[in-house]
Design a protein. Structure first.
Length: 706
């Protein structure tokens, strides 16, 4: 590594880049919150105003503060955004890209987009890069990247300063390594944002990892923090079903959003309210609960997920994510086999390592280093010749001699295994209190969370034996949009080619679920989706786009149940998916499957699956919500009670706007009731002084839905 330049000016850093690179600037920046927004904006503005230069930005998940898509939404959001997002600076290129104003000398290429945000945006659709998360570092190089810039956290000063890649060690290390191996030039820039949580483990680097470290106070700003969304009863049904497939002592991967929160809350209910948990599942399940898990988490779970989300943090606080894994294959295998019972160091710990041949006898220097690194022996044990010394204690390093072994166990054993982690993540994203927890977490707890490389998390290649040992009984939980009756999933785009989000790491987890002998893939989806095109089934006969082909099918979960498809014939796959489809669409699906020869002509869907309807499901779950086990916001919300009332009414209005008949009914009811909304609500929405017919009509509709 070379000595880094420290610059206290973002503009000076931009000057450095433009002076060093004579041609096109190809800037790579991390996905999500790891972007150094002030630096990116300064570089973008400079090149935008200079047509002689060109800029290509290669990234993913470019986040923007919420904006209203109507006057009502805009009025409502303004004070909420100011309160929650504070001084977070939006990315100028995002604003211009959304507005169709991106200059000709700038292009943005993303490999994952915020869900649904770029539908109909020609520039974004044309420049999307479809790739697996594990290929991103490779594909950034293909794009000709010559600058990589990242927001980092900082500790200490001068010779004692260290930096943390914080949220995003996911791709950066691999990019830097690939460029170094090929001898390709790459300017590496770390931009210090003092609000980024300082994560330990694989995220920590020395300042000389970068060519340029920007210390400008203007680079410090609020970390993007989307508020927790409401968890619907349908979300809870999916989360409850999925949580019953998680094995104690296993490994968990989940995602962001209401489904992630639903899974986390369901796991907490299972652990703390076992009897009620079982009754809830019996209530909502049409099939016998064979193969489901109801036990408490006595051993705990290990979290291993590309995205470290708020749900994981809550599971850590609940003591469910607590199964520690260790960066040594033999040690981990001994723990898995029960030959090392737990993290407490005992004579049996040392004996197991000796018997397995992980350490030799007599001990050599590297054996002592291993034993001390993992806390089996105390840090003050020394090897002098062929003897071990610790304070006044002294014995031979030949531990096959019982007297020596007993002396070591009496005077030199550590108390607890060291270096274990119970959460491994590649990047994080969460609400405000999520970051606050990370910033204030005690050091010994923070050390159990390892933010690290995506090529470690998302695949089994490289250190494969270690990964297989750590990822026992893995449950990889992903969401999808559409599933065909033969088990193919469309998760990232529509059949017309439009990209909704991106493949991200989904295929990587699919591949691992089939490669690990005791792992399962759990693909979750809501049984229907409702938008301006009307109510549609999410389970269809066929679809013109596929993210995960049907030969990789495994388990699908909707709010109506679980369909285990692994190893099943096509006709059985069809029957099992029909059983978890919405009943309003089942007959047509049966007809199509029969027409294409995948169901017997005489087949009739059993009556037990004929009540898969939202109102029936809500009736079953409502008592448990009232009892406090399934709250709307299990992990809190940034919205006030008044804001929640307004949001509920606005959502009803928006839903009705897609359905003219429903809108007419709503209008008649609202006019008949003649209700008035609280004046403060009307002021918030800009309706307090309504005069036009449209505004007066909307005001009446809004009041009728409170």
């Amino acid at each position: 590594m070379t000595t880094p330049r420290f610059m206290n000016s973002i503009d000076a850093a931009v000057d450095y880049v433009l002076d060093t690179i004579q041609g096109d600037v190809v800037l790579g920046i991390p996905l999500g919150v790891g972007k150094p927004n002030p630096f990116v904006n300064a570089l973008y503005r400079r090149i935008k105003n200079n047509p002689a230069r060109r800029l290509r930005i290669v990234t993913a998940l470019s986040l923007e503060k919420p904006v209203g898509h109507s006057e009502l939404e805009a009025h409502f959001l303004a004070p909420l955004v100011e309160r929650v997002f504070a001084d977070y600076p939006d990315l100028d290129y995002v604003k211009d890209l959304r507005g169709g104003h991106l200059p000709d000398n700038v292009e943005v290429r993303e490999f994952f987009m915020k869900t649904g945000d770029y539908l109909g945006n020609v520039a974004a659709q044309q420049n999307y890069i479809s790739t697996n998360y594990t290929f991103v570092a490779r594909d950034m190089a293909v794009q000709g990247m010559n600058v990589i810039a990242q927001a980092v956290a900082s500790r200490g000063e001068g010779d004692h300063q260290s930096l943390s890649l914080s949220s995003n060690p996911d791709v950066t290390f691999e990019v830097v390594e690939k460029y170094a191996e090929r001898g390709q030039p790459l300017i590496k820039i770390g931009v210090i944002n003092q609000q980024m949580p300082y994560m330990l483990g694989g995220a920590v680097v020395a300042p000389d990892f970068f060519d340029l470290v920007v210390t400008d106070p203007a680079a410090t700003h609020t970390v993007f923090a989307p508020p927790n969304g409401k968890v619907s009863l349908a979300d809870y049904a999916i989360g409850l079903h999925a949580s019953s497939l998680v094995a104690d002592g296993g490994t968990l991967q989940i995602g962001i959003g209401s489904l992630g929160d639903a899974i986390a809350q369901a796991l907490i209910v299972r652990d703390r309210h076992g009897a009620e948990y079982r009754r809830i599942l019996e209530t909502i399940s049409s099939d016998p609960l064979v193969g489901r898990e109801f036990d408490r988490f006595d051993r705990g779970l290990y979290g291993c997920s590309e995205m470290f989300v708020n749900g994981f943090l809550r599971l850590i606080e609940a003591g469910i994510i607590r199964r520690e894994v260790f960066a040594d294959t033999s040690l981990q295998q001994l723990i898995n086999a029960g030959r090392i019972a737990d993290e407490t160091v005992t004579p049996a710990t040392l004996r197991a390592l000796l018997d397995a041949g992980r350490v030799r006898s007599p001990l050599a220097a590297e054996d002592l280093e291993f034993l001390q690194r993992f806390g089996v022996l105390r840090a003050d044990v020394r090897l002098h010749g062929d003897h071990l010394l610790c304070g006044d204690a002294r014995c031979s390093s030949n531990l096959f001699d019982e007297a020596n072994f007993e002396a070591v166990c009496r005077h030199m054993l550590g108390s607890r295994l060291r270096g274990g982690v119970y959460m491994t993540g590649g990047f994080f994203l969460g609400p405000r209190d999520f970051y606050e927890h990370l910033r204030n977490m005690p050091e010994q707890d923070l050390a159990k969370i390892d933010m690290t490389r995506i090529d470690f998390i998302n695949q089994l290649y490289g250190q494969g034996d270690l990964k297989r040992a750590q990822r026992a009984k893995a449950r990889f939980m992903n969401t999808t949009m559409i599933v065909t009756l033969l088990g193919a999933a469309a998760s990232d785009g529509f059949e017309n080619g439009e990209v909704v989000s991106g493949v991200g790491g989904q295929y990587n987890f699919v591949a691992m679920s089939h490669a690990l002998p005791d792992a399962r893939l759990i693909m979750m989806l809501r049984a229907t989706h409702d938008n301006k095109n009307g109510l549609r089934s999410s389970i269809v006969w066929n679809y013109g786009h596929v993210t995960i082909p049907r030969h990789l099918r495994d388990i699908f979960v909707t709010e109506y149940g679980v369909a285990d498809l692994r190893g099943q014939s096509d006709s059985e796959v069809v029957k099992r998916l029909l059983a978890i489809a919405d009943s309003r669409f089942q007959d047509e699906l049966v007809r199509q499957a029969k027409a294409h020869g995948k169901l017997e002509k005489h087949y009739e869907l059993p009556e037990q699956y004929r009540n898969n309807l939202p109102e029936a499901l809500e009736a079953k779950l409502h008592p448990w919500a009232e009892a406090g086990l399934l709250p709307d916001f299990p992990f809190g919300t940034d919205l006030t009670d008044d804001e929640l009332h307004i949001v509920r009414a606005l959502k009803k209005l928006k839903h009705a706007s897609y359905h003219p008949t429903e809108l007419v009914t709503m209008a008649v009811r609202s006019l008949w009731q003649g209700r008035e909304a609280p004046h403060a609500y009307l002021e918030r929405l800009g309706l307090a002084d309504a005069h036009s017919f449209k505004d007066l009509f909307v005001r009446r509709l809004f009041a009728g839905n409170l």
